[in-house]
Unconditional design. Structure first.
Length: 161
């Protein structure tokens, strides 16, 4: 009956369903000398777990992390750079007259580009007219080639009569 119970506990242990009390029963069974022969291969594992549980870590673990002063100074420098980035452009930025002059130059540039655009659009219209003329020339060349074929055929007919 005890062996049957141990086999059930091993099955539960392999499925990770045992409680701590059941695992203690398994450890106690495998530490004894009367282990069933077909369960002998579990014995070293449970002995290892018992020994590993008794091991202790002997080194001191520091609880407070050491902060370096360099890290603190880097954060101070970053804050200073951000503050300068916000303050300096307000004092050294363009004056109101420079802003007005830049706006005037921008508007003049836009007018010049608008005139260039109008000229390009007119040129585009002329190109479309030229395309229509070219299409008419192509149709005339086709009709002329048909006339040439007609002339060749009529000459053959007249010479054959």
């Amino acid at each position: 009956m005890v062996l049957n119970n141990i086999e059930k506990l091993i099955e539960k242990y392999n499925n990770a369903e045992t409680s701590l009390a059941e695992e203690a029963q398994l450890r106690a069974y495998f530490q004894s000398d009367d282990v069933a022969p077909h369960l002998e291969h579990y014995k070293p594992m449970f002995i290892y777990f018992s020994q590993a549980q008794q091991e202790q870590y002997t080194k001191d673990v520091p609880l407070k992390p050491k902060r370096t002063k360099m890290y603190q100074w880097i954060s101070v420098a970053a804050v200073a750079v951000l503050m300068l980035g916000f303050i300096v452009p307000q004092f050294m930025g363009p004056s109101e007259a420079e802003k007005q002059e830049a706006l005037l130059v921008y508007n003049q540039t836009m007018e010049a580009l608008s005139l260039v655009s109008i000229g390009m659009n007119e040129g585009k219209e002329q190109m479309s007219n030229l395309a229509l003329v070219n299409e008419g020339i192509d149709q005339g060349a086709q009709q002329a080639s048909m006339l040439g074929e007609f002339n060749t055929i009529t000459n053959r007919i007249l010479k054959n009569k």
